[in-house]
Design a protein around this ligand. Structure first.
Ligand code: KPL
Length: 309
């Protein structure tokens, strides 16, 4: 990021639901924004037609530059990685030309292990990671239905509070709600705990988030997965603070009741899911530490078996 704060160009990597949503909102908020997509034809289509937001039954188009080659965009103040978790490494490599010595790279992806993968290519000191409570559905190329704008919480894995504040400031000044947290791993594990419980159960039962609470068996499963994940995290030293894991999951189901989770959307669209980076990652971490996480392990296998790819 430039020391004088003048060069605030933001590049969003990955034109999925979240990528398009944030590219459009940040552009509307006065940010200088571009999208990077590895698929040339899709990039050209989005560049031509713009991002179409469907919000509160109203449709509007926001024009955002979109390129397939990072070299054509040059270095940015902020790069936001919003690809699917399984594309993290490829997206980071594809974005290399965007990242100069003073570029901050922020991942807002679902799942765990993303910033660690990105940090294989980019100095950890330039990395930020966070989570969003926005809800969005990709209706078509570049066309997104907005359920909730939500808020972004982010932090620095290297403990650079100033960088985290600076980037939260860039996002806030372009109209988003953004705040910082000091313990980034606790933040990411909290989001992963919610995703580990809600996402596979919605994907396996084809229910919306709120509909999980209508069924006693599913409520019980939500509780058990949340508690298992909490236990694994605790054993691994995650500083959860005091909270009731099931209460958090229930609250998110209620707040996002009409949402189709991203995993249900993936299954319905015949796309690969992110279960390996959510339930699979938790089960793997547990196994490495000599712990058991049978529910996360079983959900990973069931979702993988259900997916068409
Ligand atoms: O993050 C989500 C997702 O769908 O991936 C939740 C919080 C479950 C909202 O739908």
């Amino acid at each position: 990021m430039s020391a004088d704060g003048v060069d605030n160009r933001i590049v969003i990597v990955g034109p999925g639901a979240m990528g398009c949503l944030y590219a459009a909102l940040l552009t509307e908020g006065g940010g200088e924004v571009a999208l990077l997509d590895y698929r040339r034809e899709r990039a050209a289509e989005i560049a031509r037609q713009g991002v179409i937001l469907v919000e509160q039954e109203q449709e509007r188009t926001v024009h955002v530059p979109c390129q397939a080659e990072a070299e054509l965009l040059g270095s940015a103040a902020l790069v936001v990685i919003l690809t699917k978790a399984y594309d993290t490494l490829a997206a980071t490599q594809h974005s290399a030309a965007l990242v100069g010595e003073s570029t901050a790279v922020l991942t807002l992806q679902n799942g765990l292990g993303n910033y660690q993968q990105i940090a294989d290519c980019i100095p950890l000191a330039q990395m930020l990671a966070g989570a969003t409570t926005a809800g969005a559905t990709l209706l078509d190329t570049g066309k997104v239905k907005v359920a909730a704008r939500g808020e972004i919480a982010l932090g620095s894995p290297a403990g650079d509070e100033e960088l985290a504040q600076q980037v939260a400031g860039i996002l806030s000044s372009a109209g988003l709600v953004a705040r910082t947290e000091t313990d980034v791993d606790a933040l990411l594990w909290r989001k992963a705990l919610v995703n580990a419980a809600i996402n596979p159960l919605t994907a396996l039962t084809h229910r919306r988030n709120g509909e999980l609470l209508d069924n006693a068996d599913l409520r019980q499963l939500l509780r058990m997965v949340a508690e298992e994940t909490y236990e694994v995290g605790s054993q691994l030293g995650i500083g959860w603070g005091h909270f009731d894991p099931y209460a958090l999951v229930e609250q998110v189901c209620e707040r996002t009741a009409s949402n189709k989770s991203s995993m249900l959307q993936d299954v319905e669209a015949g796309r690969r899911t992110e279960t390996d980076s959510i339930n699979g990652y938790i089960a793997h971490q547990a196994q490495q530490a000599g712990l058991a996480a049978p529910l996360n392990e079983a959900l990973t296998a069931l979702v993988r078996a259900q997916a068409t790819v």
